[in-house]
Ligand binder design. Structure first.
Ligand SMILES: *Cc1c(COP(=O)(O)O)cnc(C)c1O
Length: 427
């Protein structure tokens, strides 16, 4: 593929933006190519500035459940654009989206809108600490909750792909209150509680991990987290920024029948605009200012443009059969990846839940972030590059999940399978 113009733009961007990008996951250096420079998206396809077309399984890292440029989203954009994109005052669309969310999640009585998953994590932790009057937090290695100082400890994909240590600039005093457990290892959680009796404010977890690649909870892991946190008087925070509306029409908590105390949402609820939220039980949420003393604010929070696009996206996604069709595509895709790998003698595990999928170049099943880090990264690099050259854009990191939208169809499936059949024999 010719990427002359992409290369030109990227070399300019490197002089004015660190690494040439606005977020590290967009870099392609570790896979040996220049970043994708996008001109436009249409349905399930992306076009780069050189006119190359790609089937898009990244979908802005999850939010675009309808694909690019869905008519319902365009209508919402123009409707609200004409009326004003931000007022810094209460608007009706906020209330509609809040009602929509509280109607879907039995665990959420009230929500507060924010602008990013990072902000949702930061705010949920502040609230959990205020509510419990405790300071320490348990997170899992390989789970990512945004670039919040205290949570940038073994934080998954961005850090893993670029081989960075935990970030400099995070004060050790802040990181010291973050205690690290291992995902799918309930014993590691029990040990931390035993060593810090009465000091743990919350356990924060991605109910299905998407930020060390795609890793499902094993056995009763989530149920046990619920029991331990209840017993110890700590809050259970589900970070559903990625899993929300992706692994189930609503969230992982409904899929597994677990009721967390607080939930973080992001990505899909803004349909591609910068909307996120945290919410939960009324007695906890009522502590948030101005109804309570826990301060948290935002100039653009709940802006009508994001609210309208989020509502339009969710309403389309929840029409009969839409989610199920996309989920069925994701499961056929995971199967095709497994089958083609097996027939070419390539060790690989692939899986999906709803419309989120993942695969690892590994002989053994992946149940922890440490397992993920041991998968065959060299093979992944070759695989990624081979697919990318053939117009199929999977995430350029082994430690990211993949996504399917309502716009993916038989044509994109066939195109993907043909590329898989060409690429696997080369690995
Ligand atoms: C993307 C993500 C975040 C961070 O959201 P931003 O909007 O990028 O700040 C937090 N948690 C999870 C699980 C995510 O996937």
């Amino acid at each position: 593929m010719n990427r002359v113009k992409s290369e030109e733009i990227f070399s300019k961007s490197c002089t004015v933006m660190p690494g040439g990008v606005s977020s590290p996951a967009r870099a392609f250096g570790h896979v040996g190519c220049n970043p994708l420079v996008v001109e436009r998206g249409e349905g399930a396809y992306l076009y780069d500035v050189d006119g190359n077309r790609y089937v898009d399984y990244v979908l802005s890292w999850g939010p675009l459940v309808l694909g690019h440029g869905h008519p319902a989203v365009l209508d919402a954009l123009s409707f609200q654009g004409e009326r004003g994109v931000s007022f810094g005052a209460l608007c009706e669309a906020e209330v509609e989206l809040a009602e929509y969310i509280t109607g879907l999640f039995p665990s959420i009585d009230m929500v507060r809108f924010v602008n990013s998953g990072t902000e949702a994590a930061m705010s949920a932790l502040r609230l959990a600490r205020a509510f419990t009057r405790k300071e320490k937090v348990i997170k899992f290695s390989g789970c990512y909750h945004g670039h919040v100082d205290s949570l940038l400890v073994k934080a998954g994909s961005g850090v893993l792909s670029l081989g960075l240590p935990d970030s400099p600039g995070v004060p050790s005093s802040v990181a010291a209150d973050t205690l690290l457990a291992q995902y799918n290892n309930i014993g590691s959680v029990e040990e931390i509680f035993a060593a810090n009796r009465g000091q743990i404010a919350a356990v924060i977890v991605e109910p299905i991990v998407g930020n060390s690649g795609f890793i499902k909870p094993q056995g009763e892991f989530l149920e046990e987290l619920r029991q331990i946190t209840e017993r110890e008087g700590a809050l259970l925070i589900f970070d559903e920024v990625m899993t929300g509306f992706r692994v189930h029409p609503v969230g992982a908590q409904l899929l597994y029948g677990i009721t967390p105390d607080l939930t973080m949402l992001g990505k899909v609820i803004g349909g591609g605009l910068n909307v996120a939220a945290y919410g939960g039980r009324e007695d906890i949420m009522k502590l948030v200012a101005p109804s309570g003393p826990v301060y948290q604010a935002g100039t653009l929070s709940g802006n009508p443009l994001g609210m309208r696009v989020g509502l339009a996206t969710l309403r389309e996604w929840h029409k009969t059969g839409v989610f199920e069709t996309a989920a069925n595509y994701a499961s056929r895709l995971a199967e095709a990846i497994s089958d083609i790998a097996r027939s070419n003698g390539v060790a690989l595990v692939a899986d999906n839940e709803g419309t989120m999928f993942g695969y690892f170049f590994s002989e053994k099943p992946i149940v922890t972030c440490e397992d993920a880090a041991e998968s065959d990264l060299e093979r992944f690099r070759k695989f990624f590059a081979g697919m990318f050259e053939r117009g199929v854009y999977f995430a350029q990191s082994q430690f990211e999940a993949g996504f399917v939208s309502a716009s993916h169809n038989d044509e994109t499936f066939q195109k993907t399978v043909s590329a898989l059949e060409e690429v696997f024999p080369l690995l």
